[in-house]
Design a protein around this ligand. Structure first.
Ligand SMILES: [Zn+2]
Length: 293
């Protein structure tokens, strides 16, 4: 099941980014909403952090009312008093799988690295994570915004508030390279290394450029590019990366459409200049020296 072709280089940890998590959210939502949680089994005490056993068990018997996303957290909300929400993070290698199961069928065997499962009657949600950097936590509805993992998160890039004016505002007085600023989760969430490189190419902005040097027009182009790149990746079901599979275990196909990322020395899709590669703050960066002036 994990024989997914590797589309990123060895120097790059293949993290699920926003499009992958959104793809999982969209896949999981119709299977969970309206269904009641029958049992929840934890096979260990912790993933990246301890899992709150008692609070998690209090979800049992409640009906799922929505599956939302904040940054790279999936928020599975339940009904009843205090409307608690389960926060799920895929970490570096986590897979969330929802299988239809017959109501009277034997429950499937545990898979290797399966750390928890939630039984929704005729749907079984399982979390499989070899490296265990994932997370599972619970917050009451009123406390969700103040949850320690959520409270300092920046703007969601696919919401209307993220536009050229916003980007222009947050880039003023910041000398940091624009690509790094895009990846700063306190300012803007969910734009990882692959999508930051791609967005800079679409907008014709060199990734190393000082953020504050961008004009209003460039900020508008870059905000548009970020939205375009993320939306296209979501539409394609997330980027094909080493450990990622969607809810139905389909690999994403966005890797085929990458314009600069992992395309060192290959022709720029726009002007045919060979794509350049460098390491920027320990991460691989790709750009076209002609288009990105
Ligand atoms: Zn070019």
């Amino acid at each position: 099941m994990l024989g997914i072709p590797c589309a990123v280089g060895e120097d790059e940890q293949a993290l699920p980014e926003l499009p992958e998590v959104e793809t999982v959210r969209r896949g999981a939502e119709p299977h969970l909403v309206g269904r009641r949680l029958r049992t929840l089994e934890l096979r260990r005490d912790d993933l990246r952090w301890p899992m709150p056993k008692k609070a998690l068990q209090s979800l049992v018997g409640r009906k799922c009312t929505s599956v939302k996303r904040r940054s790279k957290y999936l928020l599975v909300q339940f009904d009843g008093p205090k409307a608690p929400t389960a926060l799920i993070h895929l970490g570096m290698t986590g897979n969330l799988i929802v299988d239809p199961i017959g109501p009277r069928a034997m429950r499937p065997e545990y898979r290797k690295h399966e750390h928890w499962r939630m039984d929704f009657g005729d749907r079984l949600m399982r979390f499989i994570d070899p490296r265990r950097f994932g997370a599972l936590d619970v917050a009451e509805f009123d406390a969700l915004a103040e949850h320690p993992r959520l409270k300092d998160l920046g703007q969601e890039p696919l919401e209307p508030a993220f536009d050229g004016a916003f980007l222009h505002r947050i880039t003023r007085n910041r000398k940091v390279a624009i690509k790094q600023l895009l990846m700063n989760g306190h300012l803007l969430v969910g734009v990882g290394n692959i999508y930051a490189s791609e967005s800079c190419w679409y907008a014709g902005v060199r990734p190393r450029r000082a953020a504050k040097s961008l004009t209003k027009l460039q900020c508008t182009a870059l905000a548009k590019a970020v939205r375009h790149v993320l939306s296209a990746a979501i539409k394609a079901g997330g980027t094909t990366i080493r450990n990622y599979v969607g809810v139905a275990e389909d690999a994403g196909y966005f890797a085929r459409e990458l314009c600069v990322y992992e395309r060192k020395d290959l022709p720029c899709p726009r002007c045919k200049t060979p794509i350049k590669h460098a390491t920027q703050q320990g991460r691989s960066t790709y750009w076209c020296p002609t288009c990105q002036g």
